[in-house]
Design a protein around this ligand. Structure first.
Ligand code: NAP
Length: 314
């Protein structure tokens, strides 16, 4: 098996990973970014960001392409669509095995982000791709002049619901409370959006259909009333859960699985850092992920230097 050695290996090619890559490679440590998907991370699916400083309005994918090109400029090596077979984060060096390559690194920066949470109701799994979708950007065009529902009250749910109104004839936004969690600016736009109707204090209990989704069973949590809602599609946007399957008990995590770090992004294992959405952080934004990446990389460099001290100039 081919062996590749680096000072720092970053798992995950999103904003946190690319930022870490830029800082690590610019800090003169050999750096690689590995991703199980294509590079870009979650923001590649964001339609538009207007709170990343310096970019008044930017397409998520375009911003990530710029992050990637910036990392390329400093010579970060990239390996995408890899399949991880095994990881040993505790050993020295750290080892990441894929089917073809064994990667070895003095330090590892985990930037694997997070993924959509599932409603966990009957019909959800069965109708994925047949009316259940977690990506409005990817699937909205299938719902031209159709009726869809979005579930959730955060920024994602509200923004994606507004986006869907450009295609669907009607969009319901089903939220379990009577107040949205989304930023006020986004809320104000949503309340003015035609074709968007809010269904408050309600949860989806079942997704029904024949070949394709055609009905939701919705329960009002205050009155207990249960009603049917005829829709052609449902987009759950109820938050995220960390991509940490590979950790397998090697690091300390919180009750939801997010990786615990100190303020230098150091995890419970020396030489292993976690940055961005995958760690226990109070804010999950592109800018906070990028900032985490910078901090984690600087401390990863310090760790690498501590293993092989630079000899003093005589
Ligand atoms: P989020 O902010 O955690 O919101 C999740 C929403 O889903 C909440 O309204 C929550 O209700 C609801 N929910 C959770 N579990 C549920 C369940 N089992 N059934 C029904 N509803 C449920 O998640 P997000 O919207 O995906 O955003 C994640 C992060 O990305 C946030 O920090 C957000 O600001 C950021 N983001 C930013 C942008 C942007 O800046 N343009 C765009 C998208 C996302 P409660 O409110 O009752 O808890």
């Amino acid at each position: 098996m081919e062996i590749k050695e680096f000072d720092t290996i970053i798992l995950g090619g999103g904003p946190a990973g690319f930022s870490a890559g830029i800082y690590a490679a610019r800090g003169a440590v050999s750096t690689a970014i590995l991703d199980v998907n294509v590079m870009g991370g979650q923001p590649s699916n964001y339609l538009e960001l207007e709170n990343y400083p310096g970019f008044k309005r930017v397409d998520g994918m375009e911003l990530m392409e710029q992050f990637e090109q910036h990392a390329d400029m400093f010579g970060v090596e990239k390996f995408d669509m890899i399949e991880i077979v095994d990881i040993d984060l505790v050993s020295e060096p750290k080892v990441i095995k894929t089917k073809e390559i064994e990667f070895r690194a003095k330090s590892v920066i985990l930037a694997t982000g997070a993924k959509s949470m599932k409603l966990g109701v009957p019909g959800e799994k069965e109708f994925v791709g047949r009316g259940v979708s977690y990506c409005a950007v990817c699937d909205a065009s299938f719902y031209k002049d159709k009726v869809v529902a979005v579930v959730g009250g955060g920024n994602s749910a509200v923004e994606e619901a507004m986006y869907l109104t450009k295609f669907a004839s009607k969009v319901y936004l089903i939220h379990r409370r009577d107040e949205l969690r989304a930023d006020k600016l986004i809320q104000n736009r949503a309340f003015k959006t035609e074709k968007l109707e809010f269904i408050w204090d309600s949860v989806v209990e079942e997704i029904q259909g024949t070949d394709l989704v055609n009905n939701l069973v919705v329960r009002n949590v205050k009155t207990g009333e249960v009603k049917n809602l005829a829709v052609n599609g449902i987009f759950p946007y109820i938050g995220i859960t960390p991509n940490v399957d590979y950790v397998k008990g090697q690091l300390e995590q919180d009750s939801r699985g997010f990786i615990l770090t100190d303020e230098t992004m150091q995890t419970s294992v020396k030489g292993v850092f976690a940055v961005g959405d995958v760690r226990n952080t109070p804010l999950r934004q592109v800018i906070t992920a990028a900032a985490d990446g910078a901090v984690g990389a600087v401390y990863a460099i310090k760790y690498v230097d501590s293993l092989a001290p630079v000899s003093a100039v005589k």
